[in-house]
Ligand binder design. Structure first.
Ligand SMILES: CC(C)(COP(=O)(O)OP(=O)(O)OC[C@H]1O[C@@H](n2cnc3c(N)ncnc32)[C@H](O)[C@@H]1OP(=O)(O)O)[C@@H](O)C(=O)NCCC(=O)NCCS
Length: 186
């Protein structure tokens, strides 16, 4: 698990060359425009229009790299050629919950439905098992009105364990926040 290390190279369903690698310093230059675009879309992520500055994104990237060094998390980026089209990152919880890793994922609008979400999550699972052996449970939170993501997580073995009614405000309406988990045995 090294910054910038290649994890997988394959071909997408539509025949595009896909690369998945670990995050590295300097990635804020591609990540800030990427996440700001998804935020403007008001997709199913917590950022709903807010725009991140390059400085803040640099701090985020540095934190992710540091977490990897400390075995407290990992972040993977997916590319079509040089274009960033997906990000997933897992954060290990502290202290008595350090066997639990919480993750998030996003795929660029133009690359959705091509199997990239599934591939990058399979890699996140595999890398977590390999590199973060203390992690035994993976968790996530998903908007209840996001059937694509829920179907993907179920397909990969995640199960619902809770729900915060009206825990999310999405496009002006309250929706439930669904909590899911998967046991991973190293
Ligand atoms: C949710 C998301 C990560 C899924 O990634 P993706 O690359 O679009 O999904 P994939 O193409 O890998 O599809 C995986 C599974 O999702 C489901 N799926 C994908 N597209 C779908 C669609 N249009 N309708 C219904 N189910 C769909 C299928 O079960 C599919 O499995 P299959 O290919 O074996 O049939 C991605 O769409 C995304 O980033 N959306 C916006 C942000 C977001 O929702 N993030 C998740 C926050 S919890």
């Amino acid at each position: 698990m090294k910054p910038g290390q290649k994890v997988r190279e394959t071909i997408s369903k539509k025949g595009q060359a896909l690369l998945i690698r670990y995050i590295k310093q300097g990635d804020e230059r591609i990540m800030a425009p990427y996440i700001n675009k998804i935020s403007r879309e008001r997709s199913f992520i917590l950022k709903q229009g807010e725009q991140i500055t390059m400085k803040k994104e640099r701090e985020f990237v540095e934190e992710q790299v540091q977490r990897m060094k400390n075995k407290e998390g990992l972040a993977l980026l997916a590319f079509f050629g040089k274009t960033l089209i997906g990000v997933t990152n897992l954060t290990v919880k502290p202290l008595a919950a350090k066997h639990v890793g919480d993750f998030g994922i996003s795929i660029a609008k133009e690359a959705r439905g091509e199997g990239i979400g599934k591939i990058i999550l399979q890699e996140l699972l595999a890398e977590t098992k390999k590199e973060l052996k203390a992690v035994k449970i993976m968790t996530l939170e998903v908007f209840a009105n996001n059937p694509v993501a829920i179907a993907l997580y179920k397909k990969l073995g995640f199960r619902k364990y809770g729900c915060l009614p009206n825990g999310i405000k999405h496009r002006g309406k309250y929706v439930d926040a669904i909590l899911m988990y998967k046991n991973i045995y190293n």
